[in-house]
Design a protein around this ligand. Structure first.
Ligand code: SAM
Length: 223
């Protein structure tokens, strides 16, 4: 059994009772993206299950051994630094391997950054497209041009130091009038949502350095 366990994206209270029980009592090993980051959560909730590193740089190397242990009946949980594993985080390759090998996978519902950003943006969310991170270089323009054609709201993850560039690029492909929202530091002390047109948000960003600090989700209304 492999449990996929979402963990808080900021506020450590955002964890379910089931997630705590599985991390504390059910799983024999917890695969974690960064064991030091996860040990903060483990200390707060008095969890003593052994942590093992599973991240983008070792997933190919360690996966066969993990799959073998799962086949032998070892119960494991996978967590990432924040939010839901596999959502712009490692996890997909392991889940796919487990599904192919007939190993049961259960993903718990829980925190992820794009849902509160999308819902609080006030932009239509009956249908939406999740883009995650844009490629930094190759393929970036292709994705941006594609996003501009979508009729539904789309959601991007962006790093703070690329935010200004990203807003300018979005304005170039979508036009200045599209409504958008920059959601930063969700569930944390400095959570802020900035809403406006791409042009307004871009102009505001230039005069307000705080807007591009911390972790950021960008939500843009459809065409
Ligand atoms: N697995 C995570 C999830 O379920 O949302 C995403 C991990 S991805 C490596 C990290 C990105 O998620 C950040 O760069 C940011 O775009 C977004 N993010 C994570 N936590 C956030 C927060 N508290 N506020 C705003 N955005 C956040």
């Amino acid at each position: 059994m492999l449990y996929i366990v979402p963990t808080p994206i900021g506020n450590l209270e955002d964890i379910t009772l089931r997630a705590l029980r599985i991390l504390r009592e059910e799983a024999e090993v917890v695969l974690a993206e960064d064991t030091r980051t996860s040990s903060v959560l483990f200390q707060k909730y008095d969890i003593h299950t052994p942590l093992r590193a599973f991240h983008a740089h070792n997933e190919h190397a360690v996966m066969p051994g993990i799959v073998q242990q799962l086949q032998q009946g070892v119960k494991m949980a996978l967590i990432s630094d924040a939010g839901t594993p596999s959502i712009s985080d490692p996890g997909f390759l392991l889940v796919r391997a487990c599904v192919q090998q007939g190993i049961e996978v259960q993903c718990l519902p829980g925190p992820t950054a794009f849902v509160p950003a999308l819902v609080a943006s006030g932009l239509p969310c009956d249908r939406f497209h999740f883009e995650g991170f844009l490629p930094h270089k190759k393929g970036r323009q292709t994705r941006l041009k594609y996003l501009a054609t979508l009729s539904e709201t789309f959601v991007l993850y962006e790093s703070p130091h690329r935010l200004q560039r990203c807003m300018k690029e979005l304005m170039a492909v979508c036009g200045p009038e599209r409504s958008a929202c920059i959601a930063r530091e969700l569930s944390k002390v400095h959570e802020t949502l900035y809403r406006g047109t791409l042009e307004e948000l871009s102009a505001r960003l230039q005069g307000d350095a705080h807007m591009a600090k911390g972790e950021i989700v960008v939500v843009v209304t459809g065409k």
